[in-house]
Design a protein around this ligand. Structure first.
Ligand code: FES
Length: 59
């Protein structure tokens, strides 16, 4: 599922970025070579990053 339409970033892309970089959605986008445009996805993206990192801690 696409989370960021402006950059065609999928949930799976964000989950991978959560494992390889720290920081918020803007940092994760940067690690993917992207940057926010409209910003409507950032709250959802930050939630996905947090969820993925919590799942890593729980393992
Ligand atoms: S939907 Fe992500 S910046 Fe616009």
């Amino acid at each position: 599922m696409y989370i960021c339409i402006c950059n065609a970033i999928k949930e799976s892309d964000l989950r991978k970025a959560a494992r390889t970089c720290s920081g918020n959605a803007e940092t994760a986008y940067e690690s993917l070579g992207k940057k926010p445009n409209c910003g409507q996805c950032l709250i959802k993206a930050n939630g996905i990053l947090a969820a993925e990192r919590c799942e890593l801690v729980a393992l």
